[in-house]
Design a protein around this ligand. Structure first.
Ligand code: NZQ
Ligand code: ZN
Length: 385
């Protein structure tokens, strides 16, 4: 196991009725901006619960943060915050609202061109604004990590960043807030959580025995409850477990001391940037290709995955790996998430543009062993046509 330091200070407030705790979680002296998306929270009662809890606070609203949050939209919020002297940000929504709010927090006092935060990893030398979240879509883990992903419409870029300064102070996870999710978002969330886990698990063995078992626990739980939850959307226990799996898949714990891959996410972000496919959909297409292209280097972990997650009893190692990859594809398809580029009307036109982006950004030796090249990106895409 590699050396590591692990610190995660997010106060997770989990369970039924917990949105009311906002009243005591945010200082009454704060001027709060409540940020949300396209309005799902007005239909499912979450908006009302938040407003009731904050009736003694001074609150202004910013709505319209879109899925795959857009830089230009977020900068509008930054302007308002600067004028109104807001001092606390409350993000209410899915990963896009949470990520957008993290970017806004980092940009408010930033001196210079704010897109540099994303494109150049510009340091945050000025104070960021404190953040709290109310999560309505389990998927990204954004409620308990410091990552954020922002899209620039002008340049058609979707870039990810990690800044400890924007880690939320608290996140409220009320499983009842997810009952209103459409099937497509549930399926995307299950796939995203699954693949956050595989990015930190399907690498090579490095004596992280506990981390392996934790990752397998998340994967097996998602396989067990995912399809059940799709058919029983107001089942509190299934909703709770789905939510907690998603948080644990990307709050940093399962990845400590072990190798990590993240190639599937890097390629997936390009598919979203160029074609607008949902984040979860993009990953379901790409992962099987990455496992195929790197099957020799990942063989030991793929065999362990086959045995422990899928219970595959098969003598021949190659067959075992084939079956594990097929089971993974079948699982995504069983959730209604398609796994081929052609399913989304995507052809090979942009394969070379995507490859060039990896080259231009210096992402030429990535993955857990630093052996994944821009040519491998094209191989993966070709396999998934
Ligand atoms: O905008 P509203 O009206 O709220 O509707 C949203 C949106 O249309 C809807 N929704 C959310 N909660 C709902 C609901 N509808 C009904 N009932 C509810 N309770 O769902 C739609 C999608 O929401 P979005 O926030 O975009 O989904 P998700 O949570 O999957 O977030 C995706 C974004 O997160 C990034 C992705 O790249 C993408 O931009 N990621 C962030 C990560 C992180 N911060 O660590 C890691 C991930 O790998 C990922 O890259
Ligand atoms: Zn993801």
């Amino acid at each position: 196991m590699k050396n590591f330091s692990f610190h995660n200070s997010v106060n997770i407030v989990f369970g039924k009725g917990q949105i009311s705790k906002l009243n005591s979680l945010i200082d009454k002296k704060s001027k709060v901006m409540m940020l949300y998306g396209g309005g799902s929270i007005k239909k499912n009662g979450v908006y009302d619960q938040v407003m009731t809890a904050l009736k003694d606070h001074q609150v202004i609203e910013f709505s319209g943060i879109e899925p795959n949050p857009v830089y230009e939209t977020l900068m509008k919020a930054v302007e308002i915050i600067r004028q109104e002297k807001v001092d606390f940000l409350l993000a209410v929504g899915g990963g896009s609202v949470l990520d957008g709010t993290k970017f806004i927090s980092s940009a408010v006092n930033f001196k210079g061109y704010t897109w540099d935060i994303m494109s150049k990893n510009a340091p945050l030398t000025e104070p960021t604004l404190p953040i709290g979240t109310v999560l309505t879509l389990p998927a990204t883990g954004s409620e308990m990590n410091a990552n954020f992903v922002v899209t620039n419409k002008d340049t058609q870029e979707k870039l990810g960043m990690n800044k400890p300064e924007v880690l939320p102070q608290f996140s409220i996870l009320d499983p009842e807030a997810i009952y209103s999710l459409p099937e497509r978002q549930i399926s995307n969330g299950i796939v995203d959580s699954f693949i956050h886990t595989t990015e930190q698990y399907l690498t090579y063995p490095d004596h992280g025995y506990l981390q392996d078992r934790q990752a397998e626990g998340i994967l097996k739980t998602l396989v067990e409850i995912g399809p059940k939850y799709l058919n029983d959307k107001t089942n509190y226990d299934l909703a709770s477990n789905f939510m907690w799996c998603a948080t644990n898949a990307l709050n940093g714990l399962i990845g400590v001391g072990v190798p990590q891959d993240w190639v599937t996410h890097m390629i997936g972000h390009e598919l979203t940037a160029f074609y607008g496919v949902d984040h979860g959909q993009s990953l379901a297409v790409v992962l099987p290709g990455v496992l195929e292209v790197k099957r020799a280097e990942k063989a030991a972990k793929l065999v362990q995955y086959a045995e422990r997650v899928w219970g595959i009893q098969e003598e021949d190692e190659n067959k075992k790996i084939d079956l594990a990859i097929q089971k993974t594809i079948d699982f995504f398809e069983s959730l209604g998430v398609k796994t081929r580029l052609s399913d989304y009307g995507i052809n090979s036109d942009k394969f070379n543009d995507i490859k060039s982006r990896f080259e231009r950004r210096g992402m030429t030796a990535i993955g857990e062993r630093g052996t994944f090249t821009p040519d491998d990106v094209v191989k993966v895409l070709e396999l998934r046509q």
